[in-house]
Every structure is written in structure tokens, then in C-alpha cells.
Write a protein that binds this ligand. Structure first.
Ligand code: ACO
Length: 340
């Protein structure tokens, strides 16, 4: 499209807390087994934030690494968007706390809530500010401390989630590169498939809500599973088409890491060999909005993304939401001035 400034990723970073919680550790906490967790989900271990470590701490660490990778000073950042379902507090936005922690005093900042699709949603929003010439340096962070909203006595959910953060810096990139297309979607009639009932305006925090465990994730695993595979395929295909590409043009897939069986089923439907799909669910479990930026950072640092590769990012999550984006990979920034 003429007049649109292409937005691409010029720096990536991630941060995973040190503490590892293995399936064997979980065997001692609930009635489960390493075998059940591995075969049903693909997860072997996950990371858990230290006492006092909050989402903004993880997000700030990932953001610093992304800026370092891009060679950009925090003071140059113009906007920070943090995708999260586990903000430090209901307000202020975790993005504001990250802004302070990394010293990005010139940046606007807000949070975005779209469950596990949050990072791709945030990428689309951030890219829009670059496309229209408003900003030239947008930091997009996906950060979660899911361990704090996990019921550690509920074996059907506590084996799935972990903590971590990933971040990218978006900047103008040469024509034909960067985020080529996105496909975002939502269906509120599936809102009860995964949700956290307590602590909001509907069920404010009370002794009663705490007693009923309403401050923990509620999930219908099977319901999500069936829809997830379908929406991952459909969203990816639509984004690929919008980018003017064909399935065979896709070089690499970075999917949300919720369950290895969902990833494999989606890859199969997209006719993609698993060698071209990034998987780290075995090490981190599901870290919601952080899964895709963490995977992207690891894939880049492992040399698995080459200049000019067509990379599809796709996720689904609470809402229910889904989101796919197609990137033509290049970390070369395009110089010039912002227009507004
Ligand atoms: N250990 C041992 N047994 C277990 C465990 C466990 N941790 N959890 C459940 N079980 C049992 C169940 O009680 C059930 O027993 P029963 O047959 O005696 O009733 C049996 O295992 C089968 O349970 P299912 O729920 O049918 O297992 P399923 O194969 O569907 O796997 C899972 C469950 C892993 C949750 C799967 O449905 C899934 O991954 N769904 C998608 C979840 C998801 O994507 N969540 C996140 C989406 S949004 C976001 O990313 C934040």
C-alpha cells in the first residue's frame, strides 16, 4: 500500500525466571505424573517467578534485552504496549511500570488484554503507529506471571502454565519487509472457556470470592482444544492470503505454545513440516502473551530466522481471541523522520 511505512522487528529479547518447576516436582504437589503431562501437553518443566518478582520486572528485563539487541537507548522509545493477563495491579498499566524500570521516560504506555493472542494484537497496534508515521520506535512486550493466578491444587490447570516475558522493538524497515498482514478475531460467546472470575467489577475481591477460589484460572480444556486448532489454521490462512502469499511461501511458524498436540495439529493442517515450527513448550509451558515473543527471540538467537524469511505468528486465547501475523524477516531499520 502506497504511503504506508512498513514496520518490522529490529530487536528481540526475553527473560525467564531462574526457578524451574518440573513435572516430577508437580507429582509431589497434585495427583499427576510426568508421563501424563508430557504425553497430553508436551510440557516437561516451566519457570516460576521469585517471591516479589512481578510481571513488570520480567517485562522490563525482556525489554532491556530487546533494546540492547536493536542498539537503541530507552530514552528513544516513543510507545510501550504491554500485552498481559497478569498485570502487577489492575491499574496503573504494567506498561507504565516497565517504562519507569527501563528508563524510557519519553514513551507513552498502555496495556492490552487479549489473552494469549495479546502479543500479536499488540504487534498489530504498535505497527499501526509506525505505518501511519506517528512513531518510529515502539516497544511491544508480552509478560506474564501466571503462577500467581494458578490454583496449585487443581491438577487440570496447574500443570499447564508458567512465567516469562518476551519483547520486540518495532521500527520502520525497508519496503517489502516487516509485518505484511494481520488477522485478528474474537468470539465473546466462548468467554467462559478460560477466565478469571474474581477481582474485577463483577466479583470484586471479598473473603467469599477468595474462599471460592475465584482468583484462580477456570478453564474448559477440551472445549478450547477443539476450537484452538481450527482458529489457528483459519487465522493463519487469512493472514497469509492478506499478505499476498501462498502456503508454500511460508518459511517458519511461531505458534502460541499451549499444547504440543494443538501445535502439531495446526502445523499438519497448514501442511508445514515440524522442522519449520518453533517449539519450546517442553521447557516453559504456556506463558500466555509471552509465548510468541519468547519463541521469536529464541528462534532469532539460534539463527533459525534468515533475512527475507516469511514467518507466521499465530495464537489463540481467552476471550476467546485469535490472531495471526505474517512477517517478512529483516532486522534492518529504515532511516528517516516521524511524520506526526
Ligand atoms: N494429571 C493426571 N490426570 C489428569 C490431569 C493431570 N494433570 N489433568 C486431568 N487429568 C485427568 C482428568 O481428570 C480426566 O480423567 P477422567 O477421564 O478420569 O475424568 C483425564 O485426565 C482426561 O482429561 P481431559 O481433560 O479429557 O484431558 P485432555 O486430553 O483433554 O487434556 C488438556 C487436557 C491438556 C488441558 C487439553 O484439553 C488442552 O491442552 N486443552 C487446551 C488448553 C489450552 O489451550 N489452554 C490455554 C488456552 S488460552 C491460554 O493459552 C491462556
Amino acid at each position: 500500500m502506497k504511503g504506508i511505512i512498513p514496520a518490522g522487528i529490529t530487536g528481540t529479547g526475553s527473560y525467564l525466571p531462574e526457578k524451574v518447576l518440573s513435572n516430577f516436582d508437580l507429582e509431589k504437589m497434585v495427583d499427576t505424573s510426568d508421563e501424563w503431562i508430557r504425553t497430553r501437553t508436551g510440557i516437561r518443566e516451566r519457570r516460576i517467578a521469585a517471591e516479589g518478582e512481578a510481571t513488570s520486572d520480567l517485562g522490563a528485563a525482556a525489554a532491556r534485552r530487546a533494546l540492547e539487541d536493536a542498539g537503541v537507548d530507552p530514552a528513544e522509545v516513543e510507545l510501550i504496549i504491554c500485552a498481559t493477563v497478569t498485570p502487577d495491579m489492575l491499574f496503573p498499566a504494567t506498561a507504565c511500570l516497565i517504562q519507569k524500570k527501563i528508563g524510557a521516560g519519553n514513551a507513552a504506555a498502555f496495556d492490552l488484554s487479549a489473552g494469549c493472542s495479546g502479543f500479536v494484537y499488540a504487534l498489530a497496534v504498535g505497527a499501526g503507529f509506525i505505518n501511519n508515521g506517528c512513531y518510529r520506535k515502539v516497544l511491544v512486550v508480552g509478560a506474564e506471571v501466571l503462577s500467581r493466578i494458578t490454583d496449585w491444587t487443581d491438577r487440570s490447570t496447574c500443570v499447564l502454565f508458567g512465567d516469562g516475558a518476551g519483547a520486540v522493538l518495532l521500527e520502520p524497515v525497508p519496503e517489502g519487509y516487516g509485518l505484511l498482514a494481520v488477522e485478528l478475531g474474537a468470539n465473546g460467546s466462548y468467554a467462559d472457556l478460560i477466565y478469571l472470575p474474581g477481582g474485577g467489577s463483577l466479583h470484586p475481591c471479598r473473603e467469599e470470592t477468595v474462599r471460592q477460589g475465584m482468583h484462580y484460572i477456570k478453564m474448559s480444556g477440551q472445549g478450547l482444544f477443539k476450537i484452538a486448532v481450527k482458529v489457528m489454521e483459519e487465522a493463519s490462512l487469512k493472514a497469509i492470503e492478506k499478505a499476498g502469499l501462498k502456503l508454500e511461501d511460508v518459511d517458519f511458524l511461531i505458534p502460541h505454545q499451549a499444547n504440543i498436540r494443538i501445535i502439531e495439529a495446526a502445523a499438519k493442517r497448514l501442511n508445514l513440516d515440524m522442522e519449520r515450527v518453533y517449539v519450546n513448550i517442553d521447557r516453559y509451558g504456556n506463558i500466555s502473551a509471552a509465548t510468541i515473543p519468547v519463541a521469536l527471540d529464541e528462534a532469532w538467537r539460534q539463527g533459525r530466522l534468515r533475512e527475507g524469511d516469511n514467518v507466521v505468528l499465530v495464537g489463540f486465547g481467552a476471550g476467546m481471541t485469535w490472531a495471526a501475523g505474517v512477517l517478512r524477516w529483516s532486522k534492518k531499520r529504515r532511516e528517516g523522520e516521524a511524520r506526526c
